[in-house]
Design a protein around this ligand. Structure first.
Ligand SMILES: NC(=O)NCCC(=O)O
Ligand SMILES: [Zn+2]
Ligand SMILES: [Zn+2]
Length: 467
């Protein structure tokens, strides 16, 4: 049976427009937009009307970098697909692209099937997958085109974590060559892991074991060097490149220089690099462990370069790299040895609000907020215009956002399955009120009404910035 929902009275904000318009939703899709009070809007009837007066009506967020249930450092990320997608919905995100992981010595297929099984039937919102390649071999290179065909069109490689996810330059070049031939997009964790491991060993030998040394050994120059190298390898292979979780000013400069040459090089940063710093890593009593992630948090001075990069489009996407580990029992694995602290921060619920705060603070415009959090991630990873916008034909993934409400971010009130908030006590202006996923209510005026299993796997086309 056909269901019609009307969202009345709001300001529709997309990456390209701001319209005082009513939105008609039919059968899970946006059917039409019409100005408030217009004849067309007055004629519309619906089974359900949502009042958005005084609110923004925005596309659901598209978070293209999450790690639900990721096995890492002898433990696993604490959000499951069920808890993590619920928290994402609470925070106004309606699509995730998570990372399936290939185990060393095993086919990509096996890793991908494991991640399909983890997510299937458990997600409150729609999801897709990138593939982490931990073992680039002739066999896994042959699998890449098959994954592209089934809608898994991006592959993450690591220049960091020797012995775990690490690929050497030859492996990277080969994977980039296949990506160039098949339209796949290589996502790069750009840090010189071999050099970092030397510095880790030397720091530990000096008795430097606290979390803050994690930030000191993972030097900005080693992020910049790896970013530069990845760009040159991509040029040689003729492939596009997307650099994940950029945190260092020097790495932004490498991306900007490549883009000035007209190269198809893209960059993502994350809220933790925009709002947190090495001051957090230096918090006493091992509290700094809460902020251990890689690339690491940087001194505050780097933030200006990241904001500038987002304004100038040298950085195109803000995702979360949501990879939560509880302080108790998980982060604590690294007491006495910072290199054993599982890497990752929680944040899938906070991204849309923190970026709205950036609008309030004047770092970015309202439309740029939607561009970097919804539209561009969708285009970058082949989901647009099904996801990332409010336009006829798009999935009705819609958020009614109250730009005036204030809230205090806290582990007491968040919905992520993790015992701390990286933003504990921070007041932000703006709050998600209502969330629809394909026309179905997931959050209704701050009440959760979603269900595990509503979210489905979405196959993706290739990067939409290349043709
Ligand atoms: N970023 C991080 O610290 N953990 C997740 C894995 C990765 O993205 O490198
Ligand atoms: Zn990474
Ligand atoms: Zn990550």
């Amino acid at each position: 049976m056909s269901t019609r929902t009307l969202v009345r009275g709001g300001l529709v904000v997309t990456a390209s427009d701001e319209l005082h318009a009513d939105v008609l939703i039919e059968d899970g899709r946006i059917a039409a937009l019409a100005a408030h009070g217009s004849d067309a809007a007055a004629r519309w009837t619906a089974d359900r009307t949502l009042d958005a007066t005084g609110r923004y009506v925005i596309p659901g967020g598209v978070d293209v970098h999450t790690h639900m249930e990721l096995p890492f450092g002898g433990t696993s990320a604490s959000d499951t697909f069920e808890t993590g997608t619920r928290a994402a919905a609470w925070g106004g995100t309606t699509t995730l692209v998570d990372f399936a992981v290939q185990s060393v010595g095993h086919p990509l297929r096996e890793g991908l099937d494991t991640w399909y099984a983890k997510a299937d039937g458990n997600c409150a919102i729609d999801y897709a997958f990138h593939m982490i390649m931990s073992d680039v071999t002739p066999a896994t290179l042959r699998e890449m085109p098959l994954l592209v065909q089934e809608g898994v069109t991006s592959f993450k490689l690591f220049m960091a974590y020797p012995g775990v996810f690490y690929s050497d330059d030859g492996q990277i070049l080969r994977a980039m060559q296949v990506a160039a031939d098949t339209g796949g997009l290589i996502m790069m964790h750009a840090e010189n892991g071999i050099a970092i491991d030397v510095l880790v060993e030397q720091a530990l030998a000096r008795g430097e074991t606290d979390p803050r040394y994690h930030g000191e050994v993972r030097k900005a120059l080693l992020e910049a060097e790896a970013t530069h190298r990845a760009i040159q390898l991509a040029r040689v292979a003729g492939s596009p490149l997307y650099v994940v979780h950029v945190s260092a000013e020097e790495a932004v400069a490498e991306l900007a220089a490549a883009r000035d040459k007209g190269l198809p090089v893209f960059g993502e940063t994350c809220p933790q690099y925009l709002f947190l710093s090495t001051d957090n890593l230096a918090e006493p009593d091992f509290e700094g462990a809460k902020y251990v992630c890689s690339t690491p948090l940087r001194p505050k001075e780097h933030q200006a370069a990241l904001w500038r990069g987002l304004r100038t489009n040298d950085l195109q996407v803000v995702s979360t790299d949501h990879c939560p580990f509880c302080f108790t029992g998980q982060k604590e694995l690294g007491r006495g040895d910072f290199s054993k602290i599982p890497n990752g921060l929680p944040g899938v619920e906070n991204r849309m609000d923190l970026l709205h705060q950036a609008v309030v603070d004047g770092h970015i415009s309202r439309r740029r907020w939607i561009e970097i959090a919804c539209a561009t991630p969708a285009r970058m990873f082949g989901l647009y215009p099904q996801k990332g916008t409010i336009a006829p034909g798009a999935d009705a993934d819609v958020v009614i956002y109250d730009p005036h409400a204030t809230q205090v971010l806290s582990a007491e009130t968040h919905h992520m399955n993790v015992d701390y908030s990286a933003y504990e006590g921070r007041t932000v202006t703006g709050r998600v009120e209502t969330v629809l996923s394909r026309g179905e209510l997931v959050v209704d005026q701050r009440t959760y009404v979603g269900r595990a299993g509503h979210g489905v796997f979405v196959p993706r086309s290739t990067c939409q910035y290349l043709n």
